[in-house]
Design a protein around this ligand. Sequence first.
Ligand SMILES: Nc1ncnc2c1ncn2[C@@H]1O[C@H](COP(=O)(O)OP(=O)(O)O)[C@@H](O)[C@H]1O
Ligand SMILES: [Mg+2]
Length: 263
Amino acid sequence: MNTTDTPILSIRGLAKRFGGVAAVSGIDLDVAARETVAIIGPNGAGKTTLYNMISGRMTPSEGELVFEGRSITGLAPHRISRAGISRSFQINNIFPEMSVRENVEVAVSARRGTARRWWNIASRARGVQDEAAALVERLSIAHLAERRAATISYGDKRLLELAMVLATRPRLVLLDEPTAGMTPDETQRVTALIRRLADSGEFTFLITEHDMAVVFGLADRILVMHRGERLVLGTPEEVRVHPEVRRAYLGDTDEADEADETT
Ligand SMILES: Nc1ncnc2c1ncn2[C@@H]1O[C@H](COP(=O)(O)OP(=O)(O)O)[C@@H](O)[C@H]1O
Ligand SMILES: [Mg+2]
């Protein structure tokens, strides 16, 4: 991260309590534009709750969220999405009876919809088609473009969903366990794709993920959460060797060994 950059997302003292349970407490995090930050931690660490607050599904009990210089604390999900933050993966966004291409066209049209001009319908339609075709190509699902979405594999559905998310032109993309439920081959494919998207410099990514090889392969920095709090924030190398992380999370498990093997 270039520390002279203003962060694209600034999280200050963020907390969420459910009755007596502090699901998230006192989280501080600055995310630089074009950075990929992974959020890891054992079950119940507060990762999903943190995502829910960033995407507007939950209102923070305390603290502030600033995106591109503007407070988004407590805004409704559609307003946060319009501000430029998208969350994936939610496969139920896909229309199963439509083709892959049509699904992406719908997503592109939805974004462009506000600029509707009757005299310009034909060129608009062409613009939508071109943009959707470029996205389908970019997500490596062009060979599936005419297939009914219901009939493609689980991994390809996730890529379709990512194409639909990118159609909204987000600057910050929240990826929720992007490789969950995937075969090792699909995991590799999706990881390489996310890497390419991250390297394009068009997006900033937050990623939660259980697969430590994926985390250490993608992240510029890693936030380790434990019982709702920030245990460590650092580069993959700093996190890997951090004694508290090893004790609290990686332990002496196979996951720690797998992470070690990624470099
Ligand atoms: N809607 C909710 N109501 C009550 N407790 C919740 C709710 N959501 C999460 N929690 C609690 O908050 C803590 C953090 O959960 P979560 O954010 O799902 O962690 P993670 O995603 O890291 O597994 C857990 O103790 C969980 O039981
Ligand atoms: Mg979770």
